[in-house]
Write a protein that binds this ligand. Structure first.
Ligand SMILES: [Zn+2]
Length: 498
């Protein structure tokens, strides 16, 4: 409280009223964020108040408003063309979603890109890694985003290579990697490939300077192959417990059919209990040595442990697009909609699965492992952006403190993208991808939900929270305005389908 008083004192004493009123989506030569309490993103504690100067899309300067200098009247206050007053607010790096999917349809029904792009930005996501990119659409959007032509996060394009991709033998896989490189991809998402193909593909990708995101599934390969061949990040978690099962293969019932999604998700809930703790430690040490990161996407399995929670999220009321709503309905034809006949027994197994996985995540980080953060939204009741904030909450539930959780989604994700020298931190010289947050995410990660939170102040309920400004590439976007656009898109789509 004393700190807040000091805050307001500084604000009153020194804040000049900005010359120009700030407009959302406009680039200014020099933008200053005043009196910010900063969470850098590298795990260090919050500190402030500070003024942040943004020029040419970068953080040009961060000026600490040290109380001694202020009392002598010697504090240096940078001026800006426009200013954002951030007294009492927190400024942190824009969130990076390491497991995102650009989607302009669900189940063959169109859904406008704008819907997810604006929702991501309203949730404070300034960068996505699009894993399984549809090219050339994703490449086109990446360009438009970079040039500020669309309201969208930065996009990293990772086209898909899976078993049904053309070239499912080692030599053809190499040729396909060279094609990805030539089209300008940033990396490759691989899903369920044979070991010899994976080896060739990763070898060629290393030569081409392409990063690899691996969704292993239950296949021939597991985390030992990721360690050996140099995968950048393991997506979800498949392949990790598998590598620590003494017999090398999970015990499935004789009737198990991997192509049946209900079987697949049901028995995935039995997987972590079969992993041996000591072997798991060896897998983690191997991953640490080979710099294989882990992007667990805990949020996307939440329906498996608590179906009713997943199906009744409050933001569905106004922000769930009818196309996505239809896709979420249990239907064997849609990926991830496997919930017909889901039982309390299934949920109990999945709750145990989460407990073991969460402890494993802590152990991995303790041994030096790099944990990222992604939401895989657009599937299984997870909405774009909201899913990533839920993911942050689940990292906290796993036992990480909020400073570390935020680091997972900022500096760590930047490292996974190979961008740690230029994004994911509030640091001079870094890209000006920043959030001005109404509230303290270190106290309550829920303040990041764009729908906000309620607080009691002086005995009264006050609605607060949410990201106020999402600044991407130095351009400030008024996040509540973006959310209002999303609401509008949904309302119009609903009345059109009625
Ligand atoms: Zn995915």
């Amino acid at each position: 409280m004393r700190f807040l008083l000091f805050f307001s004192f500084v604000a009153c004493l020194l804040a000049q009223s900005p010359n120009t009123k700030i407009t959302s989506g406009h680039r200014y030569p020099r933008l200053v964020i005043r009196n910010a309490l900063i969470i850098e993103g590298n795990g260090t504690p919050a500190s402030g108040p500070k003024d942040i100067v943004i020029q040419n899309g970068r953080i040009a300067d961060i000026v600490a408003l040290d109380p001694v200098a202020i009392s002598r009247g010697a504090a240096r206050r940078p001026a800006g063309d426009v200013e954002i007053e951030a007294a009492g607010k927190y400024v942190m790096p824009g969130l990076i979603n390491a497991h995102a999917h650009l989607q302009d349809e669900r189940g063959g029904i169109p859904q406008p890109f704008d819907y997810e792009l604006k929702m991501w930005m309203a949730c404070g996501i300034t960068t996505i890694r699009d894993v399984g990119s549809e090219t050339p659409k994703a490449l086109q959007l990446r360009k438009q985003s970079a040039e500020g032509e669309v309201v969208a996060p930065r996009i990293f394009v990772y086209p898909m290579f899976n078993r049904s991709s053309p070239g499912n033998d080692p030599e053809e896989a190499r040729a396909r990697v060279r094609e990805f490189k030539a089209m300008g991809a940033d990396g490759i998402k691989i899903l369920g490939v044979y070991r010899d193909v994976m080896e060739a593909l990763e070898d060629e990708a290393h030569k081409a300077g392409l990063r690899i995101a691996h969704h292993a599934g239950v296949e021939e390969t597991n985390a030992w192959d990721d360690i050996k061949f140099g995968t950048t990040s393991i997506e979800h978690w498949y392949g990790i417990p598998d590598a620590a099962i003494p017999e090398g293969r999970q015990h499935f019932p004789s009737s198990y059919n991997y192509n049946n999604e209900t079987d697949r998700f049901r028995y995935a809930g039995h997987l972590w209990r079969e992993a041996d703790g000591e072997l798991l430690g060896k897998v983690f040490d191997g991953m640490v040595q080979a710099h294989v990161a882990w992007d667990p996407t805990l949020d996307i399995y939440e329906a498996s442990r608590d179906l009713q929670r997943a199906q009744n999220q409050p933001w569905f009321r106004e922000y769930l697009h009818p196309t996505l709503a239809k896709y979420f309905e249990p239907n064997p034809a849609n990926h991830g909609s496997y919930f017909i006949g889901w039982t309390s027994t299934d949920e109990a197994f999945w709750k145990e699965n989460y407990r073991i996985e969460m402890a494993a995540l802590r152990e991995f980080e303790k041994r030096g492992g790099l944990i990222g953060c992604g939401d895989d939204a657009g599937f299984i009741y997870q909405m774009y952006g909201f899913g990533l904030i839920r993911e942050l909450e689940l990292h906290q539930e796993a036992g990480f403190q909020p400073l570390t959780v935020i680091q997972h989604a900022t500096a760590n994700n930047a490292k996974i993208l190979g961008q740690e020298g230029r994004m994911g931190r509030v640091r001079t010289g870094y890209l000006a991808d920043l959030l001005v947050v109404n509230g303290n995410p270190l106290e309550n990660l829920k303040v990041l939900y764009p729908t906000g939170t309620d607080e009691i102040r002086d005995g009264k309920t006050v609605h607060t929270g949410g990201v106020e400004w999402t600044i991407k590439d130095g351009i400030p976007y008024y996040a509540p305005g973006l959310l209002a656009d999303v609401k509008d898109i949904v309302a119009k789509a609903r009345s059109a389908t009625r």
